[in-house]
Design a protein around this ligand. Structure first.
Ligand SMILES: Nc1ncnc2c1ncn2[C@@H]1O[C@H](COP(=O)(O)OP(=O)(O)OP(=O)(O)O)[C@@H](O)[C@H]1O
Ligand SMILES: [Mg+2]
Length: 370
């Protein structure tokens, strides 16, 4: 998605990824196979680059620091990434900066956790390496403590969530800051993964304004050029808490491709090139429905494609991943509509018919097969 937009500017994008079948390999100017967690591999890869960015947090920060020392423009700031890579450090950062976040404690390992169990329900989160709900264990009762992983973790009090929101913030070199309309995220309890989101979020104007202010405060606290996706909890008693921040393009901003003049990917490119921040106003009510793999592993096929493309204002994005797996994000559908009601209908059709399954389970041919 980043490359699709970058091509319009004649920007040349090089990609480093361990998987030669990764979707971007087919459309990048240059693809290099390798681990982005390996310092030397990253340094070797960025030698020719003017600007270095990331798509995932689990990269060698040391390499990015060195790339910056070599004079490269590196976004996000490696120092920000270092804080964000560690959920414990991230929570301490919010605390230090006076940013409201769920109460927490840090645990060294499983033994420490079991020695003095927290009040339940709670959430146990791996300090490093988690992604898309992996590394997050809800502790509903004492029986869940048995399943706790071993290693450094954050134990968070269970928050009584009314709504999960996300706000994308863009911050340029001069410190100019722009936030997008808050989006409302609806989770799939099976995978602890976003099922769909809608923008604008169905909250009152004061809450929307506070959410944007809080997200801008987070970007201000990081005090560095970048794109920040700030995940928020709106509690049942009306409080806004910061859950976590991703210093990169994020699933909660995919709708901006069609719903705004300047998408999150466009903003990122503008930051990379030192161009002014773009227009992020919503042009319509928008929803983004994740297409998540189900029915096991295999070559992916999207069932229900003809039903989805029938919906006015539907935009299908299939990522071109070669293998579908349960819970793997395989694509998404963006829906634009004039109001929330029309949006509801599009979401319902997409969720009812849209299924990414292994080819063997498929009943109708799709472009992926052709
Ligand atoms: N303290 C909490 N109280 C209630 N629910 C929580 C709490 N912490 C996390 N959750 C739930 O678990 C989800 C995943 O948690 P979190 O965002 O920390 O994990 P993650 O693995 O980084 O997820 P992702 O990469 O998908 O953003 C949250 O979006 C929320 O639904
Ligand atoms: Mg999250």
């Amino acid at each position: 998605m980043f490359i699709e937009n970058a091509l319009r500017y004649d920007a040349r994008v090089h990609v480093l990824d361990p998987d030669p079948d990764c979707p971007c390999a087919a459309i990048a100017e240059r693809y290099v196979r390798g681990s982005f967690a390996d310092r030397d591999t990253v340094l070797d890869f960025v030698r020719e680059a003017d600007v270095v960015g990331i798509e995932i947090e689990h990269v060698s920060v040391e390499a990015l620091e060195q790339a910056r020392a070599m004079g490269k423009r590196v976004i996000p700031d490696p120092a920000v990434l270092r804080t964000i890579q560690d959920k414990g450090a991230q929570k301490l950062f919010y605390q230090e900066k006076g940013i409201p976040t769920a109460p927490f404690t840090l645990v060294e390992d499983r033994a420490t956790l079991l020695a003095s169990p927290p009040p339940l329900p709670a959430f146990l989160k791996a300090r490093t390496g988690g992604y898309d709900g992996r590394g997050v264990l809800p502790l509903r009762g004492s029986q869940d403590l048995e399943r706790a992983f071993d290693g450094p973790g954050v134990v968070e009090h269970h928050v009584d969530i009314a709504l999960e929101l996300a706000v994308l913030v863009v911050r340029d070199d001069a410190g100019n800051t722009m936030s997008y309309d808050p989006v409302e995220m609806v989770f799939d309890p099976r995978y602890n993964l976003v099922d769909h989101l809608r923008a604008p979020a169905r909250v009152d104007a004061a809450t929307a304004r506070q959410a944007r202010q809080l997200a801008e405060q987070v970007a201000g606290a990081f005090a560095a050029t970048g794109l920040y996706a700030v995940e928020l909890f709106l509690t049942r008693d009306g409080q806004l808490l910061v859950n976590e921040t991703a210093p990169r393009a994020h699933n909660s901003g995919h709708h901006t491709i069609e719903a705004c003049a300047s998408s999150q990917f466009d903003q990122l490119l503008r930051l990379y090139l030192g161009l002014p921040i773009g227009d992020g106003r919503l042009r319509a009510h928008a929803a983004m429905v994740n297409l998540v793999g189900e029915g096991g592993r295999g070559e992916p096929v999207l069932n229900g494609l003809s039903d989805i493309v029938h919906v006015p204002g539907a935009f299908v994005h299939l990522y071109g991943k070669r293998e579908t797996r349960d819970g793997r994000k395989m694509g998404h559908v963006t829906l634009l509509a004039g109001d929330h009601l029309a949006l509801d209908q599009g979401i319902a059709v997409t969720r009812l018919h849209g299924r990414v399954v292994p080819a063997a389970m498929n009943s109708t041919p799709t472009p992926t097969q052709a």
